[in-house]
Design a protein around this ligand. Structure first.
Ligand code: SAH
Ligand code: SF4
Ligand code: F3S
Length: 477
């Protein structure tokens, strides 16, 4: 019997950790149904671009990339190009029209059926399955055939959001290494007025704690020692009688797990129970991402963030009281429509008051369909002004980061070696407080824990040197 050679698939992912984790999920699903996963589009029969819709810039970049990948079809007209993820969900059929060389558009809840959709496309192309072209299956797992008579062949769109789909029972194809991301929640129940996520990923869906823990035990058995729990508002997770702090505690106690992180928590759900787990569980890292978005109450209210500057500062105090050495990071949006110069300065004040170790800073980007688009035209801020505010915010946050990191030079910290460094003979790792340290060492030691002295900082990261255990004992005495 002649066996058909397996098809080869390549997945290229953009966007947040959740989306990267979805890329791994797609690879897992494809691999289990017989595809070989390859490392470059040139080697693949199926190329999937897994996209982000959070800002216009992110979408433009991806559209450019998809058009570039279309170049591969010149020599290989059978190549399948799929666009998946948040931008696929947002643009849907429009994307198929704008980019007629795209064969499949699939939103974030369609991945379980990915192999079937690919089979259906192939059958349609071969004329084997006329019904596939004509049938529009409705219902939760709907496949909508968007263009059956396109000169370039059939195009399929799978865009149904599904409140029951949390990919229970399916596992990611993870790269070897000491760290793994584990999604515990999909979607979001908030409606921050600038944000597209709830519209492209639907409402909050939490995975069973039993399944999450079983997955983490199995990862630990395979040698994973660091887990990052993922969700859009991860700390609002609740499954039956297991709220997030309890889940975190159980994960931290899994044999073999030495480090646990989670992202992104919503400030409103940072509570005493969570802080108690962070303070008492050895494995939970001394790091918290606390997305503030703005330092002005009127703006926060118009963003529908559901906290005030005062309550946010109270949370910061609670966090620092519970875990004194914690490293804090944040997300900030400048030039939200209607933000005055004075209100922007309140954000700078917040930065100076809290002194975050790290900040991810963005200019507001208009997202069609979100509530903020309905604000009066006159509220929208000129790009040059927005750019100036962003530059000022970045300067302030970098300076603070530099001061904090400079004050940490000399510390000896536990480091998990994660990658090779940029220069030969160097390796790169992270401390529990999520600071990156580069030092001399052998790449064969990736996955090992060691200690390093932080010798100097470039501002954002550290250059260090490894500390012998005997030296460490002396240092402790
Ligand atoms: N669920 C996470 C955020 C996911 S999006 C949370 O609530 O923290 C990551 C960040 O992108 C957000 O925190 C926000 O700062 C930024 N962002 C979201 N929508 C944006 C928009 N329309 N324009 C600019 N930045 C945006
Ligand atoms: Fe977007 Fe707000 Fe949900 Fe975060 S909490 S994903 S910013 S709507
Ligand atoms: Fe982007 Fe979707 Fe994540 S919009 S930030 S990839 S949830």
């Amino acid at each position: 019997m002649i066996t058909k050679p397996s098809k080869r698939a390549y997945v290229e992912t953009y966007g947040c950790q959740m989306n990267i984790s979805d890329g791994e999920l797609m690879e897992g699903i494809l691999e289990r149904s017989g595809y070989d996963i390859v490392g470059s589009p040139e080697d693949a029969d199926v190329v999937l671009v897994n996209t982000c819709a959070i800002r216009e810039h992110a979408e433009k970049r991806v559209l450019g990339r998809v058009s570039q990948l279309n170049g591969l079809k010149r020599d290989r007209p059978d190549l399948v190009i799929g666009v998946t993820g948040c931008m696929a969900q947002r643009m849907g059929g429009t994307l198929l029209e704008q980019a007629p060389y795209v064969d499949i558009v699939m939103g974030p809840d369609g991945y379980r059926g990915l192999p079937e959709t690919l089979d259906r496309l192939e059958a349609s192309r071969n004329g084997e399955d006329e019904s596939a072209l004509r049938t529009v299956i409705s219902g939760p797992k709907s496949i909508e055939v968007v263009r059956e008579s396109s000169k370039r062949g059939p195009q399929l769109a799978v865009l149904q959001l599904d409140m029951d789909e949390n990919y229970q029972g399916l596992e990611q194809r993870r790269a070897d290494g000491p760290s793994a991301w584990v999604p515990v929640q999909r979607g979001c129940d908030h409606r921050c007025t600038y944000c597209i996520v709830p519209y492209v990923r639907g409402g909050e869906k939490n995975r069973s704690a039993t399944e999450v823990l079983a997955e983490i035990r199995s990862l630990a058995d395979q040698g994973v020692t660091e887990i990052t729990l993922l969700g859009q508002t991860v700390n609002s997770y609740v499954w039956q009688d297991v709220p997030f702090p309890e889940l975190l505690r159980r994960v931290a106690r899994v044999d073999g797990i030495r480090r646990v992180r989670f992202t992104s928590p919503h400030p409103r759900d940072v509570n005493e129970e969570l802080l108690d787990v962070m303070a008492t569980e050895q494995a939970v890292c001394e790091q918290l991402h606390l997305p503030a978005q703005s330092g002005n109450n009127r703006t926060l209210k118009r963003m529908l963030r559901r906290y005030t500057v005062e309550t946010l500062l109270e949370k910061v105090e609670m966090v620092r009281a519970a875990v004194p050495d914690i490293a804090l990071s944040t997300d900030i949006i400048v030039a939200f429509p209607g933000e005055t110069d004075e209100e922007f300065h309140d954000t700078l004040d917040l930065m100076r008051t809290v002194r975050f170790d790290d900040a991810f800073t963005y200019k507001y980007s208009l997202r069609d369909g979100t509530p903020a688009t309905r604000l009066p035209d006159t509220d929208f801020i000129e790009p040059t002004e927005a750019q100036a505010r962003l530059a000022e915010l970045i300067a302030v946050s970098r300076q603070i980061q530099n001061e904090i990191n400079t004050s940490e030079v000399g510390r000896i910290e536990e480091v998990l070696i994660e990658h090779e460094g940029r220069d030969p003979g160097q390796i790169r790792g992270r401390t529990k407080r999520n600071k990156v340290v580069v030092f001399d060492g052998d790449a064969a030691r990736i996955g090992a824990y060691t200690h390093a002295r932080l010798e100097r900082t470039t501002g954002a990261t550290f250059v260090g040197s490894e500390v012998e255990t005997s030296e460490l004992v002396t240092a402790a005495v």
